[in-house]
Write a protein that binds this ligand. Structure first.
Ligand code: NAD
Ligand code: MG
Length: 362
């Protein structure tokens, strides 16, 4: 693969936007071309703010900048915290010409994007994702939202950013488990649509886990290209976008079973992808060697390849039936036809699924 150029674009007609990927972008890039008025509200949290707020401010020379620091955590992705953003916007008299800037991981990106989608019926926003997961997944594609006590991401809107600015150097301060969690989604892109990228990841995984800057840029860029292509084809998830859910139905069952507290999303997705791989092998799509490749790659990214101890087939079946991707009452899963090619289907043998669940639950 070629060394990365510094930008690519998400092609959505008049809602198209660039993704800039550049070491040191935070602090050095001039983002004022994407600010239509001259007012900006930077939204971050108490962990990321102290690390990167000064650099983020430097990206908006000449602008009138306000900032708000939210508490850190998925449990704050809710109405109450959203309202704090609206309180600040109203108290400081921000108009429809303001621009919101999300500085942080996917939680900050989702809540800030939703605030931008709804404040005065919609204002501009810019994504500056600082976790690997947000850089390769959450910041691209325009899904925004918050959680409801009865369900994750249940309140939201589609609202595309004006630009996504990725500074891979921010990953240097990321906790290692969060790096692995993001890597699960990177591996996912290889599995669902890009066998060459998968092979490249196998060659470079150790360097990626050691935060080798050039390789990280290539991996982030290729991941964003995959996500951008899928989103451009299916902005509102009526078709191919569902392939992004590889491992997620099994993964959501794990996350729900463990109360969204012990397992990071990417960790649950990793175990889920391994289960989907196993089922694909039982159905005759993949061979043993393919499954071994997937398992080895996940292990090298320091990700789990088995569900938590004590989880049974009965747990899985109950939790998978309520997954929100299950639209028609039939269980639909993303399976691999081969490495680099996925399909969404309900046309699989129940006995094969039983065998996969029995194999993984002991
Ligand atoms: P997160 O936002 O909670 O960030 C993980 C942790 O890392 C947090 O404690 C955060 O403060 C910290 N952090 C962030 N950047 C850091 C840095 N550079 N250095 C040190 N610490 C840093 O989690 P996440 O994995 O980034 O995002 C998960 C969220 O994204 C979930 O709410 C999920 O629903 C959402 N999501 C959205 C989409 C989408 O399409 N909109 C896609 C995937 C996930
Ligand atoms: Mg995911």
């Amino acid at each position: 693969m070629q060394p990365s150029e510094e930008s690519l674009s998400v092609n959505l007609g008049e809602r198209s936007y660039p993704i800039l990927i550049q070491d040191g972008a935070l602090g050095n890039a001039d983002l004022t071309p994407w600010v239509s008025g001259n007012r900006v509200l930077i939204v971050t949290n108490e962990t990321v703010g102290p690390l990167y707020m000064d650099q983020a401010r430097a990206c908006f020379p000449g602008c009138d900048i306000d900032e708000i620091q939210l508490p850190d955590g998925e449990r704050y992705k809710n109405w109450e915290t959203l309202n704090r953003i609206f309180d600040t916007l109203l108290e400081k008299h921000h108009t429809r010409k303001t621009t919101l800037v999300a500085l942080g991981g996917g939680v900050i990106g989702d809540i800030t994007g939703f605030a931008a989608a709804t404040y005065q019926r919609g204002v501009d926003f810019i994504q500056i994702p600082t976790t690997l997961l947000a850089q390769v997944d959450a910041s691209v594609g325009g899904k925004t939202g918050i959680n409801h006590p009865l369900g994750k991401n249940m309140i939201g809107a589609f609202h595309q950013p004006k630009v996504v600015v990725i500074d891979p150097l921010t990953l240097n301060s990321l906790p290692p488990a969060e790096l692995s969690a993001g890597m699960a989604e990177v591996i996912k892109y290889g599995l669902i649509r890009d066998a060459d990228f998968l092979a490249w990841l196998e060659e470079h995984m150790d360097r990626l886990m050691a935060l080798q800057a050039e390789d990280l840029k290539v991996a982030i860029r290729r991941s964003c290209e995959c996500k951008a292509a899928i989103v451009a084809e299916d902005e509102r998830e009526s078709g191919v976008r569902a392939l992004l859910n590889l491992g997620h139905t099994f993964g959501h069952a794990i996350e729900t079973h463990t109360g969204y507290s012990e397992w990071l999303h990417g960790e649950a997705v990793a175990a889920g992808m391994m289960m989907a791989t196993d089922l694909s092998e039982r159905l005759g799509y993949l061979n043993y060697n393919d499954s071994t490749r997937v398992r080895q790659l996940l292990i090298r990214a320091r990700l789990p390849v088995n569900p938590p101890e004590g989880m049974t087939p009965v747990h899985f079946k109950a939790l998978m039936q309520v997954d929100k991707k299950n639209l028609t009452g039939e269980l639909r899963l993303v399976l691999l036809k081969e490495l680099g090619d996925a399909v969404v289907t309900s046309g699989f043998d129940d006995e094969a699924l039983e065998a996969t669940l029995d194999y993984f639950c002991h």
